[in-house]
Design a binder for this molecule. Sequence first.
Ligand code: DX5
Ligand code: ZN
Length: 229
Amino acid sequence: MKRQTIIAPSVLSADFSRLGDEVEAVVHAGADWIHLDIMDGHFVPNITFGPPVIKAIRDRTDAVFDCHLMIAPADPYLQAFAEAGCDIITVHAEAGPHLDRSLQAIRGLGKKAGVSLNPSTPENVIEYVLDRVDLILLMTVNPGFGGQAFIPAVVEKVRRVRAMIGNRPIHVEIDGGVTPATASLVAAAGADVLVAGSAVFKGGDKEAYRENISAIRAAADAALGQKAA
Ligand code: DX5
Ligand code: ZN
């Protein structure tokens, strides 16, 4: 079956003083989704933004808002993120003791539910929630910062998770250190959504964004044996 790779730029590497313009620019440059990294200074050693900022940029595009919550606890804030305009809400398996409850809550809010695993977390922790998730986000860096080096050991986990999913309609998303070179590795292993922050926003303008997104997409397509568009 022909699988289309979804490219989701992380705005963590955007110019925050012009966030709405940056979101529009990457969508015009070929991005499929917008990846929003929410950090709380507790689950991860960095702080970003929350629902008001997401709400402020929501009307700048129709693109899917893919919200990656690196916060603990996540449950008290799910409704606020849903109301701010997130389409997919992803929680970390490591962020709380009741993953099943969190995933049910997200779907209960009418949103797609995602679960994320840190690089060192084994995939068996999601074995019993596969029927409750729409997306599995495998971290290929330790979460907290953009611009870190890709952790190659996770490629094998991508393969295992893809096998575990079987025929279920679940996205496998990779986040951290994605470049054209690493995109081909993870696409070949079974990832269909690629988050990229620094590799998309380098260059700082629309033309650069278009080239950067095309290079990642071409590498992923080539790894899947498909002709790049
Ligand atoms: C890391 C974030 C990533 C990050 C990716 O905690 O979840 O989305 O911004 O940035 P790059 O692509 O620069 O590794
Ligand atoms: Zn992320």
